[in-house]
Design a protein around this ligand. Structure first.
Ligand code: ATP
Length: 275
């Protein structure tokens, strides 16, 4: 670790959540094969808040986000040292089923990815997978209402999810993710494929969703972080060892990260000196 990076790590690690922590994520080292992709990143996710992850390309934002609900399990060369605990329980515990983890910690991806099936079936998918025994129609409607899509699709629930616009597709994916009523929603650049109007709709939706869910959001868009995130984690890339290893530089209330950051690197990044 470089001297600069060493100096930065303790302060970042000292971030103390104000409210209860839903996910206690402490990643000492994250590898893809031999490649050290992320180091020294303690990123507590606080209840009822939107936690934004920002930083230059390749700093490990998505890697950290995907570690929270074991999405990286799908990559055989992924491994890490550290722990991820959800309400104190080890997410990577021996007997923990990743499908169950994702039932509580849902995910929305960068590209809207509705399944090639009807709007209704898209939203009902996770409920059926989890053998939901209640009133399916009611739950589908509720999820679509919460995702601010119901009014636009209520008369065409049998149409393909793929027939919707990009912004509608992303709200459909959000409806699909919240239908099973997860506790936490992970969003990996959910607006990057959307136009400004659809982006604003999804941002508005995020603000409404945080009333019921805890959200962690990866975004390339710093304005988006200032608009929606309560807390922001800024990641940098350490090139001192010849590789490109991401690490948490600083995490704080969003206002502080953008107006009064503690670290020079954060200052330079939020003022647009590098990207
Ligand atoms: N499946 C993988 N196999 C090997 N290396 C990977 C894999 N996924 C990511 N990486 C590497 O890990 C590092 C972190 O990638 P990650 O996608 O987490 O960064 P990011 O900050 O989200 O980037 P971006 O903003 O460009 O999406 C990068 O160097 C990337 O090339």
């Amino acid at each position: 670790m470089s001297a600069t990076a060493e100096a930065m790590a303790p302060r970042a690690a000292a971030f103390t959540p104000v409210g209860p922590t839903v996910i206690d994520c402490q990643l000492q080292k994250v590898f893809y094969g031999d490649f050290l992709a992320v180091r020294n990143s303690n990123v507590p996710i606080e209840k009822g808040k939107i936690t934004g992850f920002i930083g230059p390309s390749g700093c490990g934002k998505s890697t950290v986000l995907r570690s929270l609900n074991r999405m990286n399990d799908l990559i055989p060369i992924f491994r890490f040292e550290g722990h991820v605990k959800y309400h104190g329980q080890d997410v990577y515990g021996k007997n923990v089923d990743p499908v169950v983890v994702r039932r509580y910690i849902g995910m929305v991806f960068q590209q809207p990815n509705p399944f090639s099936m009807s709007i209704y079936d898209n939203v009902a998918f996770g409920l059926r997978l989890n053998r939901y025994k209640g009133n399916l129609e009611e739950r589908v409607q509720k999820a679509l209402e919460r995702a601010a899509l119901w009014k636009e699709v209520k008369d065409k629930l049998n149409k393909s999810g793929l027939s919707l616009s990009g912004g509608q597709q992303q709200r459909l994916c959000i409806a699909r993710a919240i239908a099973t009523e997860p506790d936490v929603l992970l969003m990996d650049e959910p607006c990057s494929a959307l136009d400004p109007i659809a982006t604003r709709q999804v941002e508005q939706l995020m603000l409404e969703l945080k009333e019921s869910y805890t959200v962690a959001l990866v975004t390339h868009n710093m304005q988006q972080a200032t608009r929606v995130a309560d807390t922001t984690a800024f990641f940098g890339v350490d090139i001192s060892q010849g590789g490109r290893t991401g690490y948490l530089v600083e995490m704080d209330e969003t206002r502080r990260i953008f107006e009064d950051p503690q670290e020079d690197l954060t200052k330079q990044y939020v003022s647009g000196e590098f990207s």
